[in-house]
Each structure stands twice: as C-alpha cells, then as structure tokens.
Ligand binder design. Structure first.
Ligand code: NAD
Length: 493
C-alpha cells in the first residue's frame, strides 16, 4: 500500500505523535510549511504546548521502564521492521523530502539510504557493544565485570537540511540499547519525518512511547532539553544553538552530543587528477544547494593547480540546471526558505563590498517554470582572503570562495585559524601529501580525493572546534551516549 497518492500536494495539519497516537495538537499556534520550489504551503505545523512536551516525555519514560527489560533479540525485531518499512517506502519518503526541503530527488533518496544504514548498523552492533567485559581473579577470589545500561529518555533535536537522516543517526541506537526518545524535528522541514512516523506507525508496529514526536521552535526544544526525565540531548544544528544547549545541559548535569556548523576547505594540489577533481568539487560545493554541513565552502588550489581547476570549475558551475527536484534534468533545487535566500544574498553583497571578485553571480537566476521558488544559482568568488566575512562565516548556500595559496603549509595554517573543524578535503595523487594533510589539520572529517567527507553509519561522525560540543559523536559512537557503564566487583564466600 502506498500512502503517497493521498498526499501529493498537501499534508494538512501535522499531528504530534505521543504515546503511539497521532493527536490533534491543543496548540492555537500553527506555522505554515512550504514547498520551497513553488513557495506553496504544503502543511501547517502546530507549536506543541508545554503539556504536550511533558506528555511526550512521560510516555517515553513509561515505555522505557518496560523497554529496558525487553530482551535484546526482541528489541532488535523492531529495528528489522523499521528497516523494511524504510526500504519499502524509500521512494515515497524521498519525494516528501523533495517537496518540503527542496533538494533533488537523487539526493533525497541518498538521504533515506543513509537513514537505513544507521538502522542496519544499530542492529549489527547492538549485541557486540552491549556484551560488556569480564575479568576473573582481579584479587584473590574476586571477579570484576562491566555491563552497559540504558539511561532513559533522550531528546533528539534535528536541523532542516537532513530531515530524515539526522533523527536516524540516533533513534536506532537508542532503541537498540533500551532507551526511548522524544524527537523535535526542524520547524522548516517537519513533513518528511512526520511521514516516516506515519509509515512506521502503520506498518512497523512500534510499541507506544518508544518514539514520540513534538514540534515547534527553539522554546519547545528548550523545554525538552530542560525536562528532568530527559537524561541527554542529541542535537544537530547551528553552532549558536549548540553552544546554548551545551551551556544549558552543563547547568542541568546532562549529557549531550551537539553537532554544529561548518566552514569546510577543499585543497587541490597541482598533481591532482583535474577532471575528476573538478566534477567532484561541483557536487561537493553545490549539491543540496550548499546546505550540507559537509559541503565544501572554500576552494584553495595550490600553485599552478589554480589555472587548471578554476576556469573548469566556473564553467561547470555555470551549466548547472536549477529547478524542482521532482522534475527530471535538474541539478540543483531551491534553498529551504525565503529567509535563507535573503541571508545568502546578503553574504554575496558583503563579499562584493569587502573586495572579493564575483566571477559567477547566482543572485538573479530565473527558473521559468517556478518563478516563486527560493532559487539562487551557483556563485563563485575569486581573490578571497581568509580574513573576509565570506571566508570565515557559514553561508550555507551555493557560494564558493576561492583563496590562492602557494603551499600546503600555508593552507594548513589558514585552516588552523578557522573557528570551525567539521570537514576538509584534499585532492592529490601523492599519498605522502595526503598523509601530511590528514595528520596536520585539526578537523574531524577528512576527505582524500572526496569532497564530501561523509562518514558511513558504521563510523562516528567527526567534528571539532565550533563544529562539535561533547565527547562521543553521532552514528555508531552514540551507543556510548545512550548507555552508561556499570562496574561490578564481586566475591562469594
Ligand atoms: P538551527 O540551529 O537553527 O536549528 C536546529 C534545531 O534546533 C531545530 O530543530 C530548532 O528548532 C532547534 N532549536 C533552536 N533553538 C533551540 C533551543 N534554544 N533549544 C533547543 N532547540 C533549539 O539549525 P538549522 O538551520 O536547522 O540547520 C543548519 C545548521 O545545522 C547549519 O549550521 C549546519 O552546519 C548544521 N548541521 C550540522 C551537522 C553536523 O553534523 N555537524 C549536520 C547537519 C547540519
């Protein structure tokens, strides 16, 4: 059965999912949710009331008390069902992502695939990582062992740019170890996760309370973070909000994974395979319309790599086709909101004011079929210096800043001064150069001849400096976040 036909253009009023039921919200406040390619309203989102947030946490807590006692093999069955529903409806889910977020269909499908991989990985490691440790005879007649225990209810707060994948960076691991969750999706792109929950509810038969969903802005997230039954927060979003939550969880004595903003460098050495490099750079800078925390944002061709790379890069960028991600022959969709569009345009104005050379200007693009969409074309600045605003701040749009450098040492020094440490890539044919780069930079995710340094589910998601707050990272690493270690030392007389 496909539900997709029911919903084509509108999803109506979104309902919070509390205790296994989609309930009409008590809220009087609704915000409009848009299809960014068409500037059309596709849903209305309630701002969950304080009572609804509390009920969601209470439900999760009650469910946790039973869930933690449920044998692991039984818990894992839920994840198998989750995987098969996501597989079965991946096309439908991808379409909903396109409608609400604006990314093109293939990118949306890739996002669903990454979500599924996290479910698979959680199934795979659930037994292994929960096995614990045992050591006999640590002293005469005394044995000692370690068990991992779940902690209770976790809050999951997700950003707009990966509305399905990011919640799945955490949910499967939490459920695998015996925790339960309350999720607060982004207020810009709540529809895809809502839709996933509808599918899971109908076909995966997840017991009530294991996953609850509330909606709203920062204050709803804040209430969730502050709730005394919530042991910790897995957050992905901007550095500003991550910093705020980090302080808050510090005061409250909770744990947190806070994956934050980025400003990612791509370095091209003169010995790089130029054609392949440029093709890869194009998708890394402009894919998802630049709205990825792993997107490249600053291009540094070293020495004579400049003349080999830059003209081709500009030429290919110029030819990218903008449009609605559900149509064929589209390379780039719109940005997520009118506000995001205005912000990106403002950054371009600032780049011009500060003296960078605008080699490709995407500000005045027109998409005939979708004249009201939030479109902005690929934009490329040359003659950028590391101190310029466009080289320092996260723009989160299809804007590339090109900085010239003479040596790898010079660019490593530049990157050291950057506030962010999410990702960086190098393109080269030399293993020694690549090794020097990966060891020399204080960055959490490194790409070698790969622009988007995307880690797979079975590795943690890195991030340093202003790009990450906490100790353990997302994806498989979050098993450490969702459990605590108990040490038992015992003697029998
Ligand atoms: P955002 O910080 O504006 O919002 C993220 C989430 O936090 C939303 O659900 C929002 O409602 C919620 N929120 C806002 N204020 C809050 C508060 N006071 N308390 C609790 N929750 C609050 O981010 P965004 O614009 O949705 O997403 C884009 C940002 O996310 C970019 O900076 C991007 O780099 C970053 N991002 C990082 C990663 C990563 O893994 N490092 C991945 C994806 C996106």
């Amino acid at each position: 059965m496909s539900l997709y036909k029911e919903v084509l253009e509108s999803y109506g009023r979104i309902k919070p999912y509390i205790d296994g039921v989609f309930r009409e919200s008590e809220s009087r406040e609704y915000i409009k949710i848009f299809n960014p390619a068409k500037n059309e309203v596709i849903a209305e989102l309630p701002i969950s009331t304080g009572d609804e947030v509390d009920e969601a946490v209470d439900s999760a807590y009650e469910a946790y008390l039973k869930w933690r006692e449920t044998p692991i093999p039984t818990r894992i069955q839920i994840l198998f069902r989750m995987k098969s529903v996501l597989e079965k409806y991946r096309d439908e889910i991808a379409r909903v992502i396109v409608q609400n977020h604006g990314k093109i269909y293939d990118e949306a499908l890739g996002e669903v695939r990454r979500a599924i991989e996290n479910v698979e990985t959680a199934i795979g490691v659930a037994y292994l990582l929960q096995k614990g440790e045992y050591l006999e005879n640590v002293a005469g007649g005394i044995d000692e062992y370690l068990v991992r225990e779940p902690l209770g209810v976790a809050a999951i707060i997700s950003p707009f740019n990966f509305p399905v994948m990011v919640p799945f960076w955490f949910i499967p691991y939490a459920l695998a170890v015996g925790d339960t969750v309350v999720v607060k999706p982004s207020e810009l792109t709540p529809v895809p996760f809502y839709w996933v929950m509808k599918l899971l509810h109908e076909e995966a038969k997840i017991p009530p309370g294991l996953i609850n969903v509330v909606y709203g802005l920062g204050d709803v997230g804040d209430r969730l973070v502050s709730h005394k039954k919530v042991f910790g927060v897995a957050f992905v979003g901007s550095t500003k909000v991550a910093r705020y939550i980090y302080k808050r969880v510090g005061e409250l004595g909770k744990r947190a994974i806070l994956q934050a903003g980025a400003k990612n460098y791509a370095v091209v050495m003169p010995d790089a395979k130029i054609d392949k490099t440029v093709t890869n750079l194009i998708s890394s800078f402009f894919g998802n319309t630049g709205q990825r925390c792993l997107a490249n944002s600053i291009l540094v061709p070293i020495g004579d790599a400049y003349n080999k790379v830059v003209p081709k890069f500009i030429e290919l960028a110029k030819n990218l086709r903008l449009g609605y991600g559900l149509d064929s022959d589209v390379d780039i969709g719109p940005v997520v909101s009118m506000k995001a569009l205005e912000k990106i345009r403002r950054y371009i104005d600032i780049g011009v004011e500060e003296g960078a050379r605008l080699s490709l200007d995407g500000r005045n693009v027109k998409v005939d079929k979708y004249p009201d969409g939030y479109f902005i074309g690929p934009t490329i600045f040359e003659d950028v210096t590391p101190d310029m605003t466009i080289a320092r701040e996260e723009i989160f749009g299809p804007v590339a800043s090109i900085i010239e450098a003479e040596s790898l040492d010079q660019v490593i020094e530049m990157m050291d001064k950057s506030e962010y440490g999410n990702a960086a890539s190098i393109f080269t044919s030399s293993g020694a150069v690549a090794r020097k780069f990966r060891r020399g930079v204080n960055i959490g995710n490194i790409g070698i001849n790969i622009g988007i340094a995307a880690p797979m589910a079975f590795f943690p998601f890195g991030g340093r400096k202003e790009s990450f707050f906490g100790v353990v990272h997302g994806q498989v690493d979050s098993l450490d976040f969702f459990t605590d270690k108990k040490i038992v030392i015992e003697r029998w007389w």
